[in-house]
Structures are given as C-alpha cells and as structure tokens.
Design a protein around this ligand. Structure first.
Ligand SMILES: *[C@@H]1O[C@H](CO)[C@@H](O)[C@H](O)[C@H]1NC(C)=O
Length: 272
C-alpha cells in the first residue's frame, strides 16, 4: 500500500519506482533464469577445453598448438583442468625433436659380407622377439611354478626363480646396437661364435653359425648373451634339450647357471 501511495505523488520518479517495485516478482524470476543460464554457459566454457584436450596434446608438433597455448583464457582454463597432460608447461609441449645425428648407434660389422650382415641382423631380431615375451612370462609371479620353469630350471624354489627372472630381465633390456660382429676369423667347427665373456657384445662367428639354420643361430646368440658377465655371466655346462631337461632334475642349482637352459626356456618350442 505504501507503494501505491507513491503513485499518488504522480511524480515521474515515483511512477518509475512504483513500476519497478511492482515488477519485483517478475524481475526475481527473470534474474534467476539469467543466473541459471550464466551458470550453464560457465560450465559449457569449462567443459569445452577439456573436450578439446586430446587433439591438443596429441598434436604437439602442430604449430596451431602454440596459438592455442598462448591464448590467455584457454591457458587459464587448461591450468585448472585435472587431466595430468594439461599440466605440461607450453615449453614442454613445444620441445624440439632431437637432432637427427643423436640416433642410437648401430651394430658394428667387421669382415662381414652384406649377406652375412643381414643374417646376423635377422638372428638378433628373432632372438629379441623371443627373449622379450619370455621375460614377460617370467615376470608374472604365478608362472614361477609353471611347467615351463620346472622343465628347464627344476623344482619350484623362489630363490632360484628370482635369479632366473633377474637374468631374463637383463637379457630383455640388453642393447644390441653396441654389438661388434666379426666374420671370417673363427675356424671352429664345434661352436657357433667365439667370445670373451668379459667383452659384452663382441662375437666372432665360426663356420657352424653359417652352416646351420636360423634356429641354431638363435641358440648361439641367446646362449652367448646370457654368458656375458654384464648380463648374467652364467656357465655353459650342457647343451641340447634332453641334457638340459636332465640337468633341471639332477642339479637345478646348476640349471639356473647353464646357458642352454635359458635358450630352451626362451624358445619354448614346443610350448610348455
Ligand atoms: C633354493 O635355491 C637356492 C639357490 O639356488 C639354494 O641355495 C637352496 O638350497 C634351494 N633350496 C632348496 C630347498 O632346494
């Protein structure tokens, strides 16, 4: 009623005040709609960069990233986002690729023909493609008591299995790019490659290596790898699958120290 009484004053100001105050319920409604809409817009703005993130972080080399990161608003929103990849500073995202000449060194060949180099390279790749899954298999604790372990390394014994696992770990991590392959010097007909266990990665291939098939070449490489001191430094007590199986039963402590026991474990053929 006080508001109405203002109307009687008939002044323009009073009319305006009356007009405004009588509209209060409507205005409150309008205001709440406005606030709701603002909130929704705010959320939408926050959500936008989060949805756009995958393309940003995966296109690191793309120049458009620089433009996006330099945008202050987007930068602020990015900094608030929870995704870890968003916490990268622009300088991290824009790192230059390493120069081309810093590539890993390649293996060295001495006295080997191109064809011999190809054969060696293939044998190394094939060996690695067996060693890595063999290590992965051994790294599953439940596999310590598997038939594969027991066949080549004897009755279950956690100390022995962990020793084997560590040896396989170093075999799987071995760097073959530093190896020095020598051809045409060794004349032995009984061994595949001459080597010194203290000189990691230096093999001198004998006629046996060239005369036998791909499987024998894998045997040679894996058995030498595990004998290098810097890998596992194991011995070479028996060769051949049957002799290695027998050793696992008669002397498992020696089996885990025998190069060819690792060869057969790694090759796992036929699979156990
Ligand atoms: C388990 O293996 C370790 C290391 O090879 C050996 O010293 C120990 O005697 C073995 N234990 C049994 C019960 O065979």
């Amino acid at each position: 009623m006080y508001l109405r009484s203002l109307d009687y004053l008939a002044s323009p100001t009073a009319k305006l005040v009356f007009q405004l105050t009588s509209d209060i319920p409507k205005m409150v409604f309008k205001l709440s709609v406005l606030v709701t809409l603002s909130c929704l817009t705010g959320f939408a703005l926050l959500a936008l960069p989060v949805m756009g993130v995958p393309s940003l972080s995966s296109d690191v080399a793309d120049n458009t990233l620089a433009d996006n990161v330099n945008d202050v608003n987007l930068g602020t929103i990015l900094a608030d986002a929870t995704d870890e990849s968003l916490n990268l500073a622009p300088k991290d995202l824009l790192q230059e690729a390493p120069p081309i000449n810093s590539r890993a060194p390649q293996a060295t060949f001495i006295g080997c023909t191109i064809q011999q180099q190809r054969i060696i390279t293939t044998a190394v790749e094939e060996s690695r493609s067996l060693i890595i899954p063999a290590h992965q298999f051994a790294a599953v604790p439940g596999n310590f008591n598997s038939r594969r372990f027991r066949t080549w390394f004897g009755a279950f014994n956690i100390t022995r299995e962990i020793t084997v696992l560590h040896n396989l770990e170093r075999m799987a991590a071995a760097n073959f790019n530093t190896w020095v392959h020598t051809c045409g010097i060794c004349t032995s007909t009984t061994q595949g490659a001459d080597f010194d266990r203290t000189r990691y990665g230096q093999l001198s291939y004998c006629p046996f290596f060239w005369n036998e098939g791909p499987i024998s070449r894998i045997n040679v490489l894996v058995s030498r790898l595990v004998q290098f001191d810097s890998i596992a430094g194991v011995g070479n007590f028996v060769t051949g699958a049957q002799a290695s199986r027998d050793l696992a039963i008669s002397n498992p402590n020696r089996a885990i120290d025998n190069a060819y026991s690792y060869v057969y474990f790694v090759r796992n053929n036929p699979p156990l």
